[in-house]
Design a binder for this molecule. Structure first.
Ligand code: ADP
Length: 246
């Protein structure tokens, strides 16, 4: 199966410091991948490049079956092309209900010009209900987002991202600050989402990565140090050295 995202030979230098060093990375169209690595390994910069926030000095970022090069596209164009990004902190509208938050996400998806004359239609209400049930919030539609638990806010924000129908979802530390039950829900959610789209999870918490039971990419000094199952990479002497050797 050909890759949905194919990053090849990207490098980024900040003030003479190589944050990303000839990095190559591929992910399939329905794959869950965890990206781990010590602080400063380049995980955030990698996501910044894929989403158009940071432009690399060299390399290619090809996306979709037509292998569109995302480099040179704006962040908004990349989002519309099907790349969604979930930051660590949820940014939901606290005064609005779960349904209203999801409706706003559907509206935002129409693009800046259509938004002004956009009015929700029955199919949009149906889609809101569908998105809520996809992330496990079907019973919370009328509640204000501000009343939700931390985990529920995170799921709401994932639901809002799903309104754009991303084919690749980048998720930054989804388990941070969650209770055990919330982490279990999040694990199931990410595994489910990756059945129909690619999901890349950047995570520090190894216990959570183990639960995801997916292929792991270890970044170090801006390049891939190891790849494979968590057991495989954590037996790799180079990975052990990076995590424990200093
Ligand atoms: P990670 O997310 O794995 O912790 P980052 O991608 O945030 O790593 O950072 C990789 C390296 O690049 C770090 O050494 C960091 O200090 C450096 N870096 C990241 N962004 C910038 C920037 N805008 N200017 C200068 N250095 C940066």
């Amino acid at each position: 199966m050909s890759a949905l995202l194919e990053v090849s030979g990207i490098s980024v230098t900040f003030d003479g410091f190589r944050a990303i060093n000839n990095l190559s990375f591929e992910i399939g169209p329905a794959e869950l991948r965890a990206v781990i690595g010590p602080n400063g390994a380049g995980k955030t910069t990698f996501m910044d490049i894929v989403t158009g926030k940071t432009r690399p000095d060299s390399g290619k970022v090809l996306f979709g079956e037509r292998s569109v090069n995302l480099l040179g596209m704006t962040e908004a164009q990349i989002a519309r092309a099907g790349v969604g990004r979930k930051f660590q902190r949820p940014t939901v509208f606290e005064d609005q209900s779960v349904a209203e938050n999801l409706m706003m996400a559907l509206k935002a998806d129409r693009g800046p010009f259509a938004v002004l004359r956009w009015r929700p239609r029955p199919e949009h209400h149906a889609r809101v209900a569908e998105l809520a049930s996809e992330v496990g919030l079907a019973d919370h539609l009328p509640r204000k987002a501000g009343e939700l638990s931390h985990g529920q806010k995170q799921w709401l924000e994932i639901g809002m991202l799903l309104a754009q129908e991303p084919r690749l979802l980048l998720v930054d530390e989804p388990a941070a600050g969650m209770t055990l039950a919330e982490r279990e829900h999040t694990t199931r959610l990410l595994v489910d989402l990756a059945k129909t789209r690619a999901v890349v999870v950047v995570e520090h918490d190894m216990d959570f990565v183990r639960r995801l039971a997916c292929k792991v990419t270890v970044l170090h000094e801006g390049a891939v140090l190891a790849e494979g199952s968590l057991d495989h990479v954590t037996r790799n002497p180079a990975v052990i050295e990076v995590y424990l050797g200093r």
